[in-house]
Ligand binder design. Structure first.
Ligand code: S3P
Length: 171
């Protein structure tokens, strides 16, 4: 697979809670590629958590940083890259992903996502009165765009190794 990719990265896209980071890590191990998490790189570049960036500077500022970090990561080298849920919504980032990578949408049901993100609070977009309603709205907005990814893999509950293996057989 790695040879067939011809230097392109595997880019995991999808909603918060779809398992991009955990599955991406397993996938990278399985293929002997480096793994990088875009959210983590944005935090390192800003010297702040994502929640702090949103609180201090707002979402537009965060998206500008996300666009820049994604461009850098994609141009650097081949690896498995987990994106933030909104990255694939940025037209320029989508173009960069198409140029340097193969995109895989980790698709999950709304209730699966809701259950998973309930456990984690470092997600400013879900700091609303009704996080599940927000999640449903984002799903409606974003699914047609995630569907433009090169491949779609269903993210079920269960070991991350299984989803990683499904990606390996899909690619
Ligand atoms: C976001 C998803 C988050 C993070 C930020 C915004 C989104 O990443 O980038 O909170 O717009 O869906 P995860 O998908 O890794 O949670």
């Amino acid at each position: 697979i790695v040879r067939r990719l011809g230097g392109r990265s595997i880019v995991l896209v999808g909603m918060m809670g779809s398992g991009k980071t955990s599955v991406g890590r397993k996938l990278a191990q399985r293929l002997g590629l480096d793994f990088v998490d875009a959210d983590h790189e944005i935090e390192a570049a800003a010297g702040m958590t994502i929640a702090e960036i949103f609180a201090k500077h707002g979402e537009t500022y965060f998206r500008d940083g996300e666009r820049r970090v994604m461009a850098r990561l994609l141009a650097e080298k081949q690896r498995v890259l987990a994106t933030g849920g909104g990255a694939f919504m940025l037209a320029q980032t989508r173009d960069n992903i198409a140029r340097h990578g193969v995109s895989v949408w980790l698709k999950a049901d709304a209730d699966v996502l809701a259950r998973r993100v309930r456990k984690r609070t470092n997600r400013p977009l879900l700091h609303s009165v009704d996080p599940e309603e927000t999640l449903r709205r984002l799903i409606d907005e974003r699914y047609p765009i995630y569907a433009e990814a090169d491949f779609t893999v269903i993210s079920h509950d269960g070991p991350h190794e299984i989803a990683a293996e499904t990606i390996v057989t899909t690619l």
